[in-house]
Write a protein that binds this ligand. Structure first.
Ligand SMILES: Cc1cc2nc3c(=O)[nH]c(=O)nc-3n(C[C@H](O)[C@H](O)[C@H](O)COP(=O)(O)OP(=O)(O)OC[C@H]3O[C@@H](n4cnc5c(N)ncnc54)[C@H](O)[C@@H]3O)c2cc1C
Length: 423
């Protein structure tokens, strides 16, 4: 009997648990260790931050659903990993031994890298459910006494989609409340141009998103570094294409949401350079295995991947649902190959697929592969994207409760493209 332990039960970890349990078959054990009892559908968090969704809509208790699939669940989090001993320590002090370990811990949010950034200081975040709930409390106060908004993503960020989404969602919400005329919105980003998205653009993402910004009267600063945030004031520096500082600006705000840079979580980083890169992201080979400890696999936002290109202000590459889903499939297959004393052969497809909601409309894009030059790029705008995202949220949460291993992101991307497979 082999025992697989999965750390993290988010967008990657939970489907990985179902897939690995099914693939390993009877007689093998799977344990999921999370630092929260809840599953959170993270892509809905921007809606939580304006009150369009609440905790009940976007979360569920993990234990009950995992138990139905005979998967053990521990919710006290992992505090230490001992890879040479094939063991780890959970929050309560218990030692858990494993044959295979899957690290799916998502990101640690590096607010401390910019003075004054983050919910403990002067800007909001939509990256986690508690942050989005806090952002909504701030939003309720803000709409009673509106003023300027700054929204965007700081230097080193990789997850740009939610910054654009939240800018447009706030715009839509303010228009519905008939107070948009009292709110100047400024978008500040480390991307070299609007629509870069950490992907060197996708199709006409630059033209379409710039046009969307102009239509919604959202002014923007690109190639920007946030120097510091003070109460109701953000100091930014714009760089030229060589990375030299051009202008410093002080922007006033009454409400701000900025996506931070990501790094690996502490207990994973603490293992050291054989497991992680300097940012604490897990090093993996093409089969999602760590090169030093081949019984350790990793998937999702916590893996190390290189940036698509060097940009004047550092930016990272986003890791989105489609890629994550494909990493899950690869990990499940490769664990089974190893169990059967075979060489691993499943490789994830690093394609980018995103449905970005804009409140009343949305943009969808597909990039195959995600690093240019590409075989396929596709970018479309329309009200249907907003509704597709609403339906996708329901299906994803339903599937996660059922323990389904259906690859939903891949199904939807293929259906939109009219293809059986994206390559
Ligand atoms: C606001 C937002 C919106 C996004 N929207 C989209 C979208 O629309 N489409 C898309 O394709 N991608 C989107 N993404 C990108 C990506 O798909 C998500 O970030 C996704 O949730 C990443 O999945 P993950 O499993 O790697 O990490 P997560 O879903 O963050 O899961 C990691 C889990 O590990 C747990 N954990 C952390 N530390 C420990 C520990 N010590 N012990 C045990 N457990 C631990 C966390 O609590 C969490 O539950 C979005 C990202 C953000 C932040």
């Amino acid at each position: 009997m082999a025992h697989t332990v999965i750390i993290g039960a988010g967008t990657g970890g939970l489907p990985a648990a179902y897939d690995i349990k099914k693939s390993m078959g009877r007689g093998h054990e799977v344990t999921v260790i999370s630092n929260t009892p809840l599953f959170n559908f993270v892509p809905s968090n921007p809606w939580v931050a304006v009150g369009w969704r609440d905790r009940q809509d976007v979360t569920f208790e993990l234990e009950k659903y995992l138990a139905r699939k005979n998967i053990r669940f521990i919710d006290s989090g992992v505090s230490r990993i001992n890879p040479d001993d094939n063991s780890l320590i959970v929050g309560g002090g218990e030692e858990v031994r494993y044959d295979y370990l899957v690290i799916a811990t998502g990101p640690e949010l590096a607010f401390d890298e910019v003075e004054g950034l983050g919910p403990e200081h002067h800007t909001h975040s939509v990256c986690t459910l508690p942050h989005a709930e806090e952002a909504y409390r701030g939003w309720q106060k803000f709409v009673k006494n509106p003023g300027p908004i700054i929204v965007g993503a700081v230097q080193g960020a990789s997850c740009f989609g939610p910054a654009y989404e939240f800018a447009m969602i706030m715009d839509t919400d303010l228009r519905r409340q008939k107070i948009r005329n009292q709110v100047p919105i400024t978008f500040v980003t480390s991307e070299p141009y609007i629509g870069h998205l950490g992907l060197s653009g996708v199709g006409d993402s630059r033209g379409m998103l710039e046009s969307e910004m102009r239509n919604r009267h959202i002014t923007f600063y690109t190639n920007s570094r946030v120097k510091r945030v003070e109460p109701e004031k953000m100091v930014i520096e714009q760089l030229d294409h060589k990375g030299e500082a051009m202008d410093e600006e002080e922007l006033g705000f009454s409400y701000s949401m900025m996506i931070p840079a990501f790094r690996g979580i502490e207990c994973v980083s603490a293992v050291g350079e054989e497991l992680v890169n300097p940012r604490g992201f897990v090093k993996v080979d093409e089969f999602q295995r760590n090169p030093a400890w081949k019984n350790i696999y990793s998937l999702g936002v916590c893996i190390a991947i290189p940036p698509v290109e060097a940009t004047p202000v550092p930016t990272g590459t986003p890791k989105t649902g489609y890629m994550i889903e494909s990493m899950v499939t690869a990990v499940a297959h490769n664990i089974v190959h190893d169990l059967n004393d075979e060489e691993p052969e499943a490789v994830a497809s690093w394609n980018a697929f995103c449905l970005a909601d804009m409140g009343d409309t949305g943009v969808a894009f597909i990039a195959v592969p995600q690093i240019p030059p590409r075989n396929l790029t596709w970018f479309k705008r329309g009200r249907w994207v907003h509704w597709a995202k609403v339906i996708f949220e329901k299906y994803f949460i339903r599937n996660m409760k059922r323990g389904s291993t259906e690859p939903l992101y891949q199904r939807l991307a293929c259906r939109l493209m009219g293809l059986n497979r994206l390559r």
